[in-house]
Write a protein that binds this ligand. Structure first.
Ligand code: PMV
Length: 337
């Protein structure tokens, strides 16, 4: 079985938040200040294979065939240390990751990456964890990874802010959100595939520590989340889109007010935002959200996705445009051994 095999493989997809995670209350445990809610994509799977190697003195990690070094390697090794402590194992691992997200596109590759790694590593080390426990574990690698354990629309619970660490850790996990039968799409405009200037980790910390807009956004985000759940339950794309757009713009406002400011939005971002407003004026429901980068994700009806993609291409001719629907959660692969 997977529990004794010492090897496992898993696949996971990225997710895009409609209610953003922005700001930690505990950096070590990766506990967020607010709940967040995302859609898991049916694009850009990450596949990760973990093989325990009793003879190795260090973890070896490759990404698309190239060895990871420095901070990126240390982050994976620290995550594996967490798994090893729980498993009572000192064995090192060989980790091979194939990531299909366009590299450096800022499309939440850490979410699919740590979700796939959590599932594969837990199985390889023989931890019998359910999806909730895997979500908690993935959270420690990258907060947004907690949500990629599940498919469709997913809420990540912040948990009670005053709880002691052990309790707080247990209370912070993701779970699927009930959604009416509707067919949304996210049209993703990759306007700039360059690496980001400030990591989301550093940007979050600076925003929480210095932005006078942070607390007001965090409070309004709580209301946004409740309204978003209600909109999804009704299958109301217009309401969901409006809430998602204001939540994202508000998050970027908190960063713009940080000292010094963090600005991820680029000229092409604003051009695409104008195109989204233009679509709405023409009667096409389309709503934008942006993460820690200049790319724009446009929420629309599946049936409008072609028209939305055309409008986005017209506004940003250099952008690569992808259309995603709701995808599946992270899962173990049943591979021949
Ligand atoms: O999981 P991290 O640490 O890469 O943070 C992701 C933060 C945002 O993508 C900006 C928002 C979100 O909820 O995914």
């Amino acid at each position: 079985t997977a529990a004794t095999a010492g090897r496992a493989a898993a696949v996971a997809h990225p997710n895009i938040a409609l209610i953003k995670y922005w700001g930690k209350r505990d950096e070590h445990l990766v506990l967020p200040r607010t709940d967040s809610l995302s859609m898991t994509l049916d694009l850009f799977p990450t596949t990760t294979r973990v093989v325990l190697d009793p003879a190795a003195e260090q973890d070896t990690v490759t990404l698309n065939g190239l060895p990871l070094t420095g901070e990126a390697q240390r982050r994976v090794a620290a995550f594996l240390d967490l798994v090893r402590r729980r498993a009572g194992s000192s064995r090192r691992a060989v980790v091979h990751t194939e990531n299909t997200v366009p590299t450096g596109a800022g499309l939440a590759s850490s979410a699919s990456g740590f979700a796939a790694l959590a599932v594969a590593a837990a199985a390889a080390y023989g931890l019998g964890l359910d999806a909730t426990a895997l979500s908690r574990l993935a959270r420690r690698g990258s907060g947004s990874a907690a949500r990629s354990l599940f498919g469709g629309f997913v809420q990540w619970h912040a948990g009670p802010s005053s709880a002691p660490p052990t309790e707080a850790d247990l209370a912070s996990y993701a779970e699927p959100v009930p959604v009416a039968a509707f067919e949304p799409a996210l049209v993703i405009a990759v306007v700039n595939a360059g690496p980001k200037a400030v990591s989301s980790r550093a940007a979050m910390r600076r925003t929480v520590d210095t932005s006078p807009l942070y607390q007001p956004w965090a409070r309004s985000s709580e209301r946004d989340l409740a309204e978003m759940r209600a909109a999804l339950r009704r299958g109301d794309l217009d309401a969901a889109g409006e809430i998602a757009e204001r939540n994202a713009l508000g998050m970027h406002a908190t960063m713009l007010a940080a000292r010094p400011a963090v600005r991820y939005l680029a000229p092409a971002t604003l051009t695409v935002l104008d195109a989204v407003i233009g679509l709405r004026q023409e009667g096409v429901p389309a709503y934008a959200t942006m993460d820690a980068g200049p790319n724009v994700k446009v929420l629309c009806h599946r049936t409008d996705a072609g028209r939305v993609a055309d409008a986005v291409r017209g506004a940003a001719p250099d952008a690569a445009v992808h259309t995603a629907g709701p995808g599946t959660g992270a899962r173990l692969l049943d591979e021949a051994r």
